[in-house]
Unconditional design. Structure first.
Length: 261
């Protein structure tokens, strides 16, 4: 357990297990260039998740993430550039980001990434994951007084303390979100309910850790012998390697080409 994990676990909503595994070089096969670029198309689902790309794409990938999960940030670094330059702009794959929150820091970021124009959600989402190595150590080294502010009082008050201590107000200001607007988002009960609905959806899929990858409704999971499969009933272990996620997407695309989807 790292110092960051140990500190954040004191604030956890409930137990959550990080999947393990190292990232590999991308192996996703490129498809033929499509006529319409869907890379800038963003839609919001019923539970407040965000979908990048063609919502009617034949291959739908959902990532259940925790912003304080180092594996999620690592997977994002590997997968995002490839997906954005190949199958997403072609309309063949849609990527949905959903929250599996583990602690109040996750909740704070989940509410701030949803603060503003939905069309620019992925800009904020990418910025928080890309800078995780900057703000996560601050969370790990928080003082006793800071941790007390994060753990006591009404939730909006706690989230404002986190946003202040970790310089999140400064970060969202770069996207045109004022401190007053950010505070309103941190107190948005309706949006919080959506974040928790996403958490509940992950629970129904039996996801116990992050990142959780679901492709066309089936959970991508790793067996004890290292094989990565898709279970028709879901599974408890999530793949963290981009090569595994890439191979599963490629397989789904091939099945679609063969008329199997």
């Amino acid at each position: 357990m790292t110092p960051a994990t140990k500190t954040l676990s004191l604030l956890a909503l409930g137990a959550a297990t990080l999947a393990t595994g190292s990232l590999a070089t991308p192996t996703l096969a490129s498809a033929a260039e499509g006529k319409t670029n869907r890379n800038g198309q963003v839609t919001v689902t019923g539970n407040g998740s965000y979908t990048l790309g063609n919502p009617a794409a034949p291959v739908k990938v959902t990532e259940y993430i925790s912003y304080t999960c180092s594996h999620c940030a690592a997977l994002h670094r590997e997968s995002d550039p490839v997906l954005r330059t190949t199958v997403i702009p072609q309309g063949k794959v849609a990527l949905t980001v959903s929250n599996l929150v583990r602690n109040p820091v996750d909740i704070t970021i989940a509410l701030l990434t949803s603060c503003g124009d939905p069309k620019t959600f992925f800009v904020r989402h990418n910025a928080f994951l890309a800078s995780q190595d900057t703000w996560l150590p601050k969370a790990a080294s928080a003082s006793e007084a800071q941790r007390k502010r994060w753990a006591e009082g009404e939730l909006p008050q706690r989230l404002r303390a986190i946003a202040s201590d970790l310089d999140f107000y400064v970060k969202v200001a770069h996207f045109g979100v004022t401190r007053s607007q950010a505070d309103q988002c941190l107190a948005d009960k309706a949006q919080l309910d959506k974040v928790m609905a996403q958490y509940n959806a992950a629970s129904q899929l039996k996801l116990t850790g992050t990142p959780g990858i679901v492709i066309n409704g089936k959970v991508l999971y790793a067996t004890k012998d290292g094989k990565v499969l898709q279970s028709p009933m879901g599974g408890p272990l999530q793949a963290t390697q981009w090569k595994d996620m890439s191979a599963a997407i490629t397989k789904a695309l091939a099945a679609n080409t063969a008329g199997q989807i």
